[in-house]
Write a protein that binds this ligand. Sequence first.
Ligand SMILES: Cc1cc2nc3c(=O)[nH]c(=O)nc-3n(C[C@H](O)[C@H](O)[C@H](O)COP(=O)(O)OP(=O)(O)OC[C@H]3O[C@@H](n4cnc5c(N)ncnc54)[C@H](O)[C@@H]3O)c2cc1C
Length: 653
Amino acid sequence: MNRSEYKWPYANESGMEEMVQSDVLVLGGGLSGCFAAIAAARKGLSVAIVEKGAIEKSGSAGTGFDHWESACTNPCSGVTAKEIAEAYVREQDWYSNGIAHYIECREGYDRLLDLESFGGKVRDTEDEFVGAEFRDENTKLMFAYDYKNKFTIRVWGSTFKPALYRELKKLGVKIYERTEATGLLVSSDSGGTVRGAGAMGMNVRTGKFYVFRAKSTVLAMSRPARVWLFDPDLTGLCEFRPMQSIGSGHAMGWRAGLEFTMMEKTVRAEFSAAGRSFPPYGAGNNHNTWYAATMVDARGVEIPYVDRDGRELKTVSERYYPAPGQKFFLKGGVIDNPKYEYRGPETLEFDELIKRGYQLPFYADLSRMPESERKVIWGMMIGEEAKTKIPIYQNYTDRGFDPSKHMLQSYGTGWQSANFLEQERQFFGAPGGVMHDWDLKTNVDGIYACGDQLYASDCAGFACATGYYAGRKASDYAKTVGLAEINSQDVQAEKERLYAPLYVRSEEGITWKELNSAISKAMQNYCGGVKCDSLLLEGLDLLKSFEKDIVPSLYAENPHDLMRTHEVMDILTVAQIVLHASLARKSSSQPLCFMRSDYPEIDPACDRKHIVLRQEDGKPVTREVPLDFFGDLEEEYEKRNQRYIREEAVHHE
Ligand SMILES: Cc1cc2nc3c(=O)[nH]c(=O)nc-3n(C[C@H](O)[C@H](O)[C@H](O)COP(=O)(O)OP(=O)(O)OC[C@H]3O[C@@H](n4cnc5c(N)ncnc54)[C@H](O)[C@@H]3O)c2cc1C
């Protein structure tokens, strides 16, 4: 079919507008957004949720996930919420989100029980793994990683998003799917105090414009992507997270004056970027989902696991227990050093392995593991984890892969499945995001944030727990205020911004893919592995020139392309936030993976602090916040959450 014969299958509603009113508005319908909406609806408030895709399968967890971290309050747990939250903070050298981690550790298991009550599967109810070392026979919960302390639970994550979707409908939440949020509405009173008034958006199939008025708004739109790496031919493989999550929540927050922190932290890319890696979890390895697979070299000689103290472990079982004297370890042994010796080809450990005579290629050999351990890795974890069900588990099985007989080759660094260049960066490993207080409130009254949109965020339990928490705090606020006035000029300006690409002629225009490629090239050149003021300033100039010269030439032929175009305009904004944040830090930092040639000193004591950044009248404004600003985690949490402790947490016991 040639282009002229193609007919857009949806109604054209691009001149239409609808106004929606609710007490609480949630932007983003992933794990965190769904839980924010559920918390508000349970409080009896009217709730609207806006999701760019279809909630039943949208977001990072839409295809599933395999383990639930930090279920510290489950009946088998050997650790407290405080111990694990503080361990996260220490592990990240205090560039960490103590508040959100504590909420995750304290309330996460309550959310898992919620998911079960909505129809999600969290226990081995079919008794498939009876007798396995990781299964608790009373509760039928199955644990991962640390079998002594039992705070990470293996789950059937692919059942969770459909369950959440059903619950939203049951609670009467107003659901706006296939609708992108594009801008926040803020309102200032006569005294100049600014507060959230809602948001604007567009249906990505029909082009209809929406104004969502609300007393409070929760941001749940995940984190940036495609800033350094983009392949116009393999767009869906450009990032680890879903294609539609590119940090538009950050971009609209920046435009509205919200504060961010740690935006200078970016790691060398690790995963599925621009088609240059194998599908995540598709190569044999021993990390994360594949922990603690037996690894062998080309001759079939086993590569040993060692404990924190370097003691070689003789049995498979020992890989799952802390070392003598060690209280607990996090996923794969992160606390107090890794629990495996094998790290991968480009690390020092690899040189050591080669020196000792191990030969490439390496393989994961599940056939040498006890049957229950093999089955739980290949069939449950590989199957439930993100996009593994069809691309990995089903496809490999259909092609004859049998883990009881075959080994799976390990590529790259084992779990990362590819090697990237220093300048190929990614938002990964607890990156920067929205700054917030103990209510998960941003610096603007009435605007809250949760999940991967928060700074230093990480996992599913974190997303669900912070989503619910933000939803309940946003509800408490909504009960105290009326709807804020909205400014019709802001609405008009947003419409002009959004629809402009429809009026550019294709022969003269530039597509979103071209701009995305240009941004990523610019970021590799000017904000790569090693940074300095002059590079960063040149980068800013270049991005400004894109805004001036390229953005007015962007064209789109239909609402879907228009959405992609809006996304890249947001990526352009995110890239500038990163450059501003990088300029603001005048030293190098190991935990922030931040190296400067003009300020090479690593983590000087005077710079060990959060640099918090926002935009005012187009200019960046910074302030500094101590890394321990959250205080004693347990004490501060309990001060603010007595009602939850009395009423809701008890309900889950
Ligand atoms: C491959 C993979 C495997 C993972 N495995 C695990 C695991 O095993 N265990 C674990 O604990 N964690 C895991 N995680 C992390 C976990 O899935 C995420 O941390 C969690 O889902 C984040 O939830 P969220 O609600 O913040 O974001 P998401 O679930 O990503 O949801 C964000 C939502 O916002 C929507 N959105 C984005 N922009 C807009 C916009 N402008 N307007 C409207 N909607 C918008 C998106 O469509 C999406 O639905 C994994 C992540 C990935 C990518």
